[in-house]
Ligand binder design. Structure first.
Ligand code: ATP
Ligand code: MG
Length: 564
């Protein structure tokens, strides 16, 4: 791995300026461009992921900041892998991230124009129909160290080429019999310039054009021309396309197009502990390692939404990582911290016990109950308060009790006293076990004088724990999500399956919630006190609540206890 960002997000490159904005500033200053037009061009062959978010925030962000516009263009030239499901998910995700597109064309909307451009190249003697087998074409292409060899069909007459290309279009040939190639230079040191294929025959139904076409243009031919048709001024793409830029320019230089866009490359996002290749994400889904594209462990936009990420946190992350021309791998901690910083000031606080242990307060009257007022947010009084019911039997976290506790354990253990958040001091008197020796419940006593969490005699209690009244508790299931992979760079593994984290999802079926928790459709994750951020899953119902852990708290247990 190269160029780590520190996990401290204050040491970031956060600054909305970047080299692309410098280029735009210069283009506006010289008058080369008067209005900035960009596009985000996904292929609808999968769901969008966090890497795409970087490109979305960049393309839509510069258009917005410079008073221009950005198109959402579906780059749909591979009909085998594309579908309307993907188209719809992409629209939804871009909107959810907070962006409005100017227009939303398909590259396939331009198939007629692209065909006319291809005819133009043929007429100029700059494209020809090649009829070599795929194997011969590959062999004759040469390698990085050896030049290519001209095709025996390279010198076909313009008339023959026109006639053959038309026949290709008119369904007179089978897949693979012919292709249309640009006539550039088989000796070029850049393999992309060795007579690249512009069109191939594919008898496949297209999600947008149906069976109208049996020839389909290739990405390199389609992309620059689509940019030119739309008046895109700055065509921003990832660094893998740097070697394609000479071809992008060659196509635009050799055709009369409505405008002349310029391609600029930036480094793609690489994030630790994740995969950002649609092919591999597809594999995770198809092999059942996750429940779908929107599984909360997937760093797809839809998975992150289900997990409890907000659009603001994803935008903030893209800001923090910035845009450069140099590859770097971003630590997962950067994303996690940005999320916490977004959620902390606005998430409503609640108490929930994920792994419950029953506590019976034996000196608290059997049928008594009372209600404590709890702030919904410790720093923001606008969030108001809610009532937290208390009674003789409560649940605490199993982790908050230890039978043989070391001196520094400031939570509950036999003979020790602890503060119940909002309520009273309790002291553990007895541990009840089942026949197998497992702890079943605790018998405690409470100090009625400590109501509200302090004692009149000034007795100090170090630990404060959360709890839920048993009589009032709502039963819930909580999915504890963790990173999907155990190694920082699963994409580099020979087989990424070996890096899958077997504990990336732990289902807790006995969770207890305080009654003030809304069980479905929370817009923003709750902060369950001392535990982390949690949000209702899509499958959550009032009868069967299911919550997802969005993120743990930054603070460790120890840190929270020290601050008490
Ligand atoms: P994948 O390899 O996952 O299929 P892709 O690049 O083929 O990704 P596209 O749908 O073609 O996916 O991508 C649409 C846009 O998003 C492109 O401009 C592409 O450069 C950009 N993009 C894709 N992945 C990343 C990434 N990791 N970081 C930044 N931009 C990305
Ligand atoms: Mg692509």
């Amino acid at each position: 791995m190269q160029n780590h960002f520190m996990s401290d997000t204050s040491a970031d490159t956060s600054d909305s300026s970047n080299f692309i904005r410098d280029i735009i500033d210069a283009d506006l200053a010289t008058g080369k461009v008067s209005q900035v037009v960009t596009r985000f061009p996904p292929e609808p062959n999968g769901y969008l992921h966090i890497g795409h978010a970087k490109s979305i925030c960049l393309n839509f962000g510069v258009a917005r900041d410079y008073g221009g516009y950005c198109n959402l263009r579906f780059d749909d030239t591979n009909p085998e892998k594309e579908s309307v499901e993907y188209v719809n998910s992409i629209r939804r995700d871009v909107e959810w991230l907070g962006f409005d597109w100017h227009s939303n064309p398909f590259a396939s909307d331009y198939f007629h124009e692209l065909y006319a451009f291809a005819l133009d190249l043929i007429r100029q003697g700059k494209a020809y129909v090649d009829s070599q087998s795929a194997d011969n074409m590959r062999a004759n292409r040469g390698t990085l160290t050896t030049a290519g060899v001209d095709s025996p069909y390279r010198d076909r007459s313009i008339e023959d080429n026109l006639q053959l290309f038309e026949a290709m279009k008119n369904d007179e040939y089978a897949d693979g019999e012919h292709v249309l190639r640009a006539k550039i230079d088989m000796q070029s040191p850049n393999i992309n310039m060795r007579d690249p294929v512009l069109y191939r025959i594919r008898h496949v139904t297209h999600h947008n054009t149906g069976d109208e076409w049996c020839i389909y243009p290739l990405y390199d031919f389609t992309h620059g021309l689509s940019d030119a048709i739309e008046g895109v001024t700055h065509s921003l793409c990832t660094l893998e396309f740097e070697d394609h830029r000479p071809l992008y320019d060659w196509i635009l230089d050799n055709l009369e197009t409505p405008s002349r866009p310029v391609q600029t490359e930036f480094a793609r996002l690489q994030l630790e502990y994740s995969l950002t290749s649609k092919r591999k994400l597809n594999q995770l889904v198809n092999e059942g390692h996750v429940s779908g594209w929107d599984d909360p462990r997937m760093l797809t936009i839809s998975g992150m939404r289900r997990r409890g990420f907000t659009p603001e946190s994803i935008n903030a992350f893209c800001d923090v990582i910035g845009v450069t021309k140099k590859y770097s791998t971003i630590e997962m901690g950067v994303l996690e911290n940005v999320l916490r910083e977004d959620l902390n000031p606005r998430s409503t606080r609640r108490m929930a016990v994920i792994n419950p242990l029953k506590v019976i307060i034996d000196n608290y009257p059997q049928d008594q109950e009372e209600r404590f007022e709890g702030a919904n947010h410790p720093q923001n009084p606008d969030y108001g308060t809610r009532e937290v019911p208390f009674s003789r039997e409560i649940y605490i976290e199993r982790d908050d009790f230890m039978e043989d506790a070391p001196r520094k354990f400031f939570r509950l253990s036999p003979g020790r006293e602890v503060r119940l958040r909002y309520a009273y001091y309790i002291t553990c008197k007895e541990v009840i076990k089942n026949d197998a020796g497992e702890i079943e419940s605790l018998i405690c006593s409470y100090d009625p004088e400590s109501r509200g969490g302090s004692s009149p005699d000034g007795r100090k209690v170090k630990g404060t724990i959360h709890w839920v009244s048993a009589r009032h508790a709502v039963n819930a299931t909580v999915n504890l999500y963790d990173r999907l992979f155990t190694t920082a760079n699963p994409g580099a593994a020979v087989d990424f399956h070996e890096a899958l984290n077997p504990d990336s999802k732990i289902v807790m079926e006995q969770a207890k919630f305080e009654p003030a928790i809304e069980l479905t459709d929370n817009a923003i994750a709750y902060q369950f006190e001392r535990l982390g951020y949690y949000i209702s899953d899509y499958d959550s119902t009032t009868d069967n609540p299911v919550f997802n852990r969005t993120m743990t708290l930054r603070d460790s247990w120890a840190k929270i206890e020290q601050s008490q």
